[in-house]
Structure formats: structure tokens, C-alpha cells
Write a protein that binds this ligand. Structure first.
Ligand SMILES: [Fe+2]
Length: 227
């Protein structure tokens, strides 16, 4: 071996290192640059909060709506694992978001003193739940598949609260539900892509022996909250 070969080898190594560094930098830029995927993301449309956010919050506000406090009888309904991510306009996960959901029980009653059918309310259904997102922006609830009540197709209400911002309210719907076509609130979302983005499949949870369902609903906020 001569000195020239060594020199060439070093140069080759340096070239390879440079190439690796550049490739990694490019990859990092692709993944970290805000806006890299922005055009593919559909911002979740805001929808009305409606009149039935609980007027008196339950004592139990955890993310399991099927069991109230340490009750042993679960709520009636099709058990659903409802999850998703809270994302900013650039697709980055939002941590420390407070995700709240509320919905009617299997009898069509809200946890609200003005709800219709409230005499028949399922006392085992929590009706409302909260989840604080971590760094992944993920949230998770165990609840029931929403049912229709007079005038509305099945839906679940959401409020997302983030630092320094007004709360964001929206609703999610069940894919394949024929009443969706006639629902005034859902039809009020004029942009077809935005409307589609709030309709999600409720599908059998793989390997569930008790027929549980799973649904994913990502919420893309049109802003980036304060850290
Ligand atoms: Fe509602």
C-alpha cells in the first residue's frame, strides 16, 4: 500500500461521510420541516358545541365512559375504543391538549338537565370524558358507539382545549350511517373533504371476544398552540 491509496481511501471515506451527513440532513429536513405534509392534511372543521355539554359535570370524568366511579355494571351499548391524535396544522402532535367528549347514552339521553329522555337515562353511562394528550398527541376513550336521537344522526361531541386558545369544538360521525345524509349539522360542512374527515369507520376490534369496536378520529387544528 502506498500513501496515495491511503489518501484516496481517506478522501473516499470523507466523501461517504459527507454524503451520509447530507442525506441525513435532507431526511431530517423532510421530517422536521413544518409544512412538509401540510397540503395532504385536511383541517378538521369546527362544528357547533350544541346545547348539551353537561350542565353539571359528573364526579367521574375519566376516559372510560362505560364505568362510573367504581361501579360494577357497565353502560349499555356497543363498546367502542375511540382513539386518535390531536395535530397542529402541520401535522405535528399536540401535547397537553385537553380532549373532552360527550354523547347520548343508548336511550338517546345526554348528561344534561335539559336532555330529552333524561328520565330513562342509563345511570351507568358516564356521558362525558376527558383525556390529556402526551407528547404523541394521542387520546383514547372507552365508550359506546353513538346512537341517533330525534333530529340527529349518531355523533360524538368533542371539545379540544389548548393553552392560549379558545376551545375547539367539533363532532365525529359513523361511516355508513344512512342518517348522515339528512343531518343538518353534518351537511352544514360544505367542503366535501372536510365533511368526509369527520366521518370515521367503527369497525370490529381485531381479536375481541366480546364484539368490541374501534374507531380513530384525528383532529387537525388549524393553528399551532403555545408550547
Ligand atoms: Fe349532539
Amino acid at each position: 500500500m502506498n500513501a496515495e491509496l491511503f489518501a484516496d481511501g481517506d478522501a473516499g471515506l470523507a466523501r461517504r461521510r459527507r454524503f451520509l451527513r447530507t442525506s441525513m440532513a435532507t431526511a431530517a429536513m423532510f421530517f422536521l420541516t413544518p409544512g412538509a405534509f401540510a397540503e395532504e392534511l385536511v383541517k378538521t372543521p369546527r362544528q357547533t358545541e350544541g346545547p348539551f355539554y353537561p350542565d353539571k359535570l359528573p364526579l367521574d370524568t375519566d376516559n372510560d365512559l362505560l364505568i362510573v366511579n367504581d361501579g360494577i355494571t357497565p353502560a349499555v351499548g356497543e363498546v367502542t375504543w375511540l382513539s386518535g391524535r390531536i395535530l397542529d396544522a402541520n401535522g405535528n402532535p399536540i401535547r397537553n391538549a385537553l380532549v373532552e367528549i360527550w354523547q347520548v347514552d343508548s336511550k338517546g339521553a345526554y348528561l344534561h338537565s335539559g336532555s330529552s329522555n333524561r328520565q330513562q337515562r342509563d345511570a351507568n353511562f358516564q356521558g362525558f370524558g376527558r383525556f390529556h394528550t402526551g407528547s404523541s398527541g394521542e387520546y383514547l376513550f372507552r365508550t359506546i358507539k353513538p346512537v341517533a336521537y330525534p333530529g340527529r344522526t349518531p355523533h360524538i361531541h368533542y371539545a379540544v382545549k389548548t393553552k392560549g386558545r379558545e376551545k375547539f369544538t367539533t363532532q365525529c360521525y359513523v361511516k355508513g350511517e344512512e342518517r348522515n345524509e339528512k343531518d343538518g349539522v353534518l351537511r352544514g360542512i360544505k367542503d366535501p373533504k372536510a365533511r368526509e374527515s369527520v366521518i370515521v369507520p367503527f369497525e370490529p376490534l381485531k381479536d375481541s371476544k366480546i364484539g368490541e369496536l374501534a374507531a380513530r378520529f384525528d383532529i387537525v387544528l388549524g393553528f399551532t398552540p403555545e408550547a
